[in-house]
Each structure stands twice: as C-alpha cells, then as structure tokens.
Design a protein around this ligand. Structure first.
Ligand code: NAD
Length: 258
C-alpha cells in the first residue's frame, strides 16, 4: 500500500530511544522528514548517527520554554508541519496511593499529559496549513483499564484519551485529525524496568511477572515497536483521512493489567 507520506514533515517527542525511535525510523523509511526531541542528549546523538536525515532538539516536554525552542528548531528545519507524535511518557512511581510521593505524581502528569498539551498547542497553527495534518498521542492499555499500584500512570494515560477525543472535535474544522494509540506490554528496556519494579513491590520474580503480564492478553505476545509504528504510519497518512477521535488499542486484546 502506498501511504503517500514521502513528503510528510513530523515531530516525534522522546524519539531518541524506545518506541519513539522506532516510529522515527519507520517514518524516515517512508521518506518522511523527522525532527526528534528528547531529554537525553547522548541518546539523541546516537539516534542522529543511526538516522542521519533527522534533526534534533534537547527538550523536556514538561518544560514550556524548552517546548517553544523545540518548535522553533523543528519549524526552521522542516519548513512546516504535517504530523505531531506526542510519544513522550514516563512510567512514574510504583506503589499504593498513600505511599506515592506527591512530587512523583506531579512529575508523571507533567510529562505524560501536560507535555502533550505543551506540544499540541504550538502545533495547531502549523498543522492547520497542511493538507494532511494529524496529531497522534501515545496513551496505554492503562488509559482504558485500572492499574493497581500505578495510579499516576493510569490517571495520566486516561487523561490522554480525553485530551485526544476533545481535540479531535475542536480541530476537525482545521482539517487536523487527532488519534491515540493504546499499547499493551511492548518489548524493550522500559517494559523490563516496569515489571522489575512491580516484581519487587509484589515480592515475585521477574519471570513470574512477565508470565502474568501475558496471561491477561488473548494474544500472548509482547507487542513490538514495529507494530505500533505500522499503525502510526497509517494514522499519519491521507489513507486515514476520516479516522479521528479514536483510541486504538494495540495490546493483544489485554483484559486487565498487573
Ligand atoms: P522509554 O522509557 O523507553 O523512553 C523513551 C525516551 O523518552 C527516552 O529516550 C527518554 O530519554 C525520553 N524521555 C523521558 N522523559 C522525557 C521528557 N520529559 N521529555 C522528552 N523526552 C523524554 O519509553 P517507551 O517505552 O519508548 O514509551 C514511549 C511511549 O509509549 C510513552 O508515552 C509510554 O507511556 C507509552 N507506552 C509504552 C509501553 C511500553 O511497554 N514500553 C506501553 C504502553 C505505552
């Protein structure tokens, strides 16, 4: 299928590693021009070496002044914008609500939902000039299910879905589609870190935690970043011109979270 995104100009937040880097690679392979941001300058340098056509900015999406600089850099480099992938999101603390450090709560929401607001608000005027404009927000299966011992993360990811559906309504008249992706357990470092923290909290081994994570899905496989990228390429393409306001689960039909 020709996705017709060879001319696409995209910003991917937290694109220096993990899922964001996989999305950036997939976009570049289709011929798109990509600007990445990340808080980690070393990881950005490694990403630039792997993807020499991308431009980059060091930026913490929860820092509004840094996001303003990110958009200045990206617009200078790309000359316009067709797609914003709001990928940045932190796992946040693990623990019962009465044990959660309030600062860790604030920080999780500041990155995971306010960070998406910080980027979306600056993207709108540029996206409005594009004939194929979209915003794609990373939520999580924790954006449609309860997630015991991870309340800051779940609260932030449910917020992403509300944000997505609201923007879809208000930005349609500008020709901007807005969708959310809700991944289940994605293979990679982050998943290992999260399951290890939970294993400690529940006095279980990492292997037992991994088995439990998959037991609750109908398709008992970890999700690959490539599967997420495939969906994101479609959502960024004019092929999805009537798809907006959707919270799309890519999770092996996960029934509950552990
Ligand atoms: P990750 O933890 O591997 O981090 C990827 C990158 O984010 C890193 O390079 C890091 O430096 C950068 N980053 C962290 N905080 C940042 C900030 N404030 N501003 C800019 N960059 C920042 O994450 P991931 O697993 O690639 O997850 C990407 C997105 O997918 C997140 O929104 C996450 O919540 C969501 N998600 C991930 C999984 C999973 O299993 N990995 C599952 C569901 C949803």
């Amino acid at each position: 299928m020709d996705l017709k995104i060879g001319e696409l100009r995209a910003i991917v937040t937290a694109g220096a590693s993990g899922i964001g880097l996989a999305i950036a690679k997939a976009l570049v392979e289709e011929g798109a021009r990509v600007h990445l941001c990340d808080i980690d300058p070393d990881a950005l340098a490694t990403a630039r070496a792997a993807l020499p056509t991308v431009s980059t900015s060091v930026c913490d999406v929860s820092d509004r002044a840094a996001v303003t600089s990110l958009f200045d850099d990206a617009l200078t480099s790309l000359g316009g914008l067709d797609c914003l992938v709001n990928n940045a999101g932190v796992a946040g603390p693990t623990g019962r609500v009465d044990a959660i450090d309030p600062e860790a709560w604030d920080q999780t929401l500041a990155v995971n939902i306010t960070g998406q607001f910080n980027c979306a608000r600056l993207a709108v005027s540029h996206l409005a000039k594009s004939p194929n404009a979209s915003i794609i927000n990373l939520s999580s299966a924790a954006g449609r299910l309860g997630f015991g011992l991870r309340s800051p993360y779940a609260a932030s990811k449910w917020a992403v879905v509300g944000f997505t559906k609201s923007l879809s309504i208000e930005l349609a008249e500008l020709g901007i589609r807005v969708n959310a992706i809700l991944p289940g357990a994605v293979e990679g470092d982050r998943q290992n870190r999260v399951l290890a923290a939970k294993a400690v909290e529940r006095h279980l081994t990492l292997d037992v935690m991994k088995r439990e994570a998959l037991e609750r899905a109908s398709i008992k496989e970890f999700i690959t970043p490539q599967q997420l990228s495939d969906a994101i390429l479609f959502l960024a393409s004019p092929r999805s011109r009537t798809t907006s306001g959707q919270a799309i689960s890519i999770c092996g039909d996960l029934q509950s979270l552990t």
